[in-house]
Design a protein around this ligand. Sequence first.
Ligand code: ADP
Length: 477
Amino acid sequence: MSKIRKEKSKINSIQFRVFLLILVFGLGPMFVMRYGVLRSFEDREVSAKTLEISNQSKLLATQIASADYLNNQNSEVIDAQLNQLSNVYDGRIMLIDPTFTIVKDTYQMDEGKVITSQEVVTSFGGTVNSRYDRTYGYLEMTLPIVNPTNQDIMGVFVITMSANTIMANRDFYRSQANVLVIILTILIFFGAVGCSELLIIPFKKMRFALEQRKNGLMDEEIHVRGCAETEMISEEINGLLNNMKVLDESRQEFVSNVSHELKTPITSMKVLADSLLAQEDAPAELYREFMEDIANEVERESKIISDLLSLVKMDKSATKPEITLVNINEFLETILKRIQPIAQAANVELVLESFRPVSAEIDEVKLSLAVSNLVENAVKYNNKEGGWVHVTLNADHQFFYLTVEDNGIGIPEDSIEHIFERFYRVDKSHSREIGGTGLGLAITRNSILLHRGAIKVHSELGVGTTFSVRIPLNYIS
Ligand code: ADP
């Protein structure tokens, strides 16, 4: 089975195809040329012979006319000339008179017989006929015998001659051509094998390099020089390998971040519990205080876990989004109503401004997470007197636009490009104090990308931050 597959893949290979193409395009024209050259050589020989005979016959016709040979075959001179001519051309000459009777036959077989072949009849009308029979190897001509004085047609020559010399010449050239064809065929065959081998070398190198890479024997980038195609392919493969490397690194980083984040509250709880245990007869207040701290850590641990779960759910391959047509104005009002008490507690004014009624196809749960994170962040990172958060909604025929603007602490310029990364926090201790996990914006971004939307941020340290979101009104799967 695998042998058949191997054979099949050999036939399907570029190498075999190139070999076949060179063979076909090399040998094809050569055979056509061989046939054409031999054929035209033969045709030329035949027409030269025909012309020669026709000239000889014209000369003879004058003498036949003056000796009135067609009516009276008593001229030894003409007999001799006819016999000589038939000997020279290794053939037979017959003279036909106007009654279609054979008056002279150099073979002396058919004299006195009548001949009414089409060629003879048309020659009495002045036509010169010639026919070359390739199979039996003879040339037959019928020519009118024209009286040179009055141009009357007195009779017809029928000349049948062997085409042996033509065929012998043709066979000679044919054998010469065959030798040439054999030599060229061998050269083209080996040329085709060599060319196809040469062409495939860069691909073989590439395969070798890929195998080395796959087996871990090589770690650097793949560079297969030799032809533009393989160079291009190797560049693409390097790009792909780099993407995979980046993906692998980011996965590893994520796993180590997750472990670290999950371990921190557990370590704190262990320290708290250990220090309680170490104290004999610890007062009840201390127990209470430490238990409160432990409860906070448990809460934090559970927040990290629920954020991680939300992040996983945002992955399109994990779950299919549940898309429904939602009134976005009401959707935002509900979210803001939920966050309002938190804003009030933080002394932050929270305002929603809708410029028009908007309905869009969204996954309500997932987009609600994204918007909540943005608004909660705007409230959380806003510890100023007179702090405010403005949420606006607008739309055109294609998208709806959402902005969440605050006059809070702002984000330092060098942190802006990192804030959407998982577990990234500008000020770790501050964020931790206010219950941040560093996963909120990663969830937000994934949710918006799931809706084929886009998010931008503009921030000035100490002045405030604006997040602008754009989402298509119709969900594109
Ligand atoms: P966290 O759970 O820590 O809030 P996020 O992913 O939501 O994590 O945000 C990442 C970081 O971006 C935050 O730690 C915070 O420093 C910064 N950030 C997010 N939103 C704002 C904002 N509106 N104003 C100032 N800083 C912000």
